[in-house]
Each structure stands twice: as C-alpha cells, then as structure tokens.
Design a protein around this ligand. Structure first.
Ligand SMILES: CC(C)(COP(=O)(O)OP(=O)(O)OC[C@H]1O[C@@H](n2cnc3c(N)ncnc32)[C@H](O)[C@@H]1OP(=O)(O)O)[C@@H](O)C(=O)NCCC(=O)NCCS
Length: 175
C-alpha cells in the first residue's frame, strides 16, 4: 500500500529522481530521446530545493511512498499562475509524476485528492492543470472530471507542442 504525505526538505533528492525518471518514461514518444537524455537530476534538485525553501503562498508539495518508505511519486500545487487569463480557476495542480512501475495502481488519484484537500484548506475551490495534448495523462484528468478549458503552445528544446488545460470549476473530495 502506498501512502501520501506532505514533502519535507529530506525528500528533495528523491523527488528530483522521480521527476527525471518519470519524464523520461512518460515523454519517450513525445520528446526526442536526445533531449530526454540530457535531463539533469541536479537541475531538478535545485529547483525543488528552491520550491521547498522559498515556498510560494498557498503552495503544497506531496509525496507518495511505498511500504518500504521509498518515494515513488509527487504532486505540487498552489495558486493558478495564469489567473488573469483563466479567472474561473483559483488553484493549480502544477505537477504530478509517478515512477512508471507505479502507474495505473490508483496512486495518482490519491495524490490528486491530497492536492484537492490542500487547495480547499487554502480557500482555493477551483483548479486548473496543463498537460501536453499528446500525453495519455489527459485521460486521467478527464476520468477525474476535468473539462478542457484552454489551449496553448509550449516550446521545449526548440520544438512546439500543444498544451491543453483541464479545469474543475468546483473541486470536491471523493465520496
Ligand atoms: C498521470 C499519472 C499521475 C496518473 O496516475 P496513476 O496512478 O497512473 O493513475 P490512477 O491509477 O490513479 O488512475 C485513476 C483513473 O484514471 C485513469 N487513467 C490513469 N492514467 C490513464 C491513462 N494513461 N490512460 C487512460 N486512463 C488513465 C485510470 O484508468 C483510473 O480510472 P479507473 O479508476 O476507472 O480505472 C501517472 O500515470 C503518471 O505519473 N504518468 C506519467 C507522468 C505524467 O504524465 N504526469 C502528468 C503530467 S501533466
């Protein structure tokens, strides 16, 4: 059984590892291998260190642990970064990533609802999330009630990719 808890600074290294590995697995059919091979654990570690030591207002970072206490996934959330453009959504799920060996076991859903609880506790009652249009994770957001609420283009490694926003006008805890 996996469990979800708030991340601590001691988790930074493990979060960075999951981040890189999950990107390399999830995006192997989307981004060029040459780009995925260059993803740097050190760079991710620094950015998570920053997020953890200088947290933004209402931000939350969660980790999923397996029975052995190893970090197998994480999620982070906070205030919608584009509230002016998407005013229907006050909160945002910034990132949710699991090691590929853990996909499809219900752990993503647990992390998702930990984020929902955190946002509600912080008076953020709606939520947006951005995903690459080609990412199978879009089905995950649809399954959890997300409605397509926006589109954008993102440049990664000099290539353009379509992004889709999923929105929840009211976030609710599971029944
Ligand atoms: C996206 C992710 C966090 C989902 O977590 P997960 O633990 O695999 O998903 P769950 O097992 O909790 O699935 C919850 C529901 O969504 C559905 N779902 C999840 N991933 C899906 C997929 N790729 N395709 C279709 N349905 C999917 C499940 O079938 C399940 O519905 P069910 O209860 O009817 O079976 C995880 O697969 C992951 O880390 N993927 C790679 C990284 C990534 O793409 N992150 C998102 C970036 S925007």
């Amino acid at each position: 059984m996996s469990s979800i808890r708030y991340a601590t600074t001691e988790d930074i290294d493990a979060i960075a590892t999951v981040h890189v590995k999950s990107w390399q697995a999830a995006y192997q059919h989307i981004f060029p291998k040459s780009f995925l091979d260059t993803l740097s654990h050190e760079q991710r570690r620094r950015s998570w260190e920053n997020a953890m030591h200088q947290p933004q207002e209402k931000a939350g970072i969660f980790v999923a642990e397996n029975e052995a206490g190893e970090i197998i996934g994480f999620a982070s959330c906070g205030i919608n970064r584009q509230q002016e453009k998407y005013p229907d959504f006050t909160g945002e799920l910034f990132a949710i990533y699991l090691l590929s060996s853990e996909w499809g076991k219900g752990i993503g859903e647990k992390l998702f609802y930990a984020v929902v609880e955190h946002l509600k506790k912080n008076q953020l009652y709606s939520m947006i999330i951005w995903a690459l249009a080609e990412n199978p994770a879009c089905s995950f957001y649809e399954k959890l009630g997300g409605i397509v609420s926006g589109e954008d283009e993102i440049t990664i490694d000099n290539n353009q990719y379509k992004e889709v926003a999923y929105g929840w006008e009211t976030i609710v805890s599971p029944a």
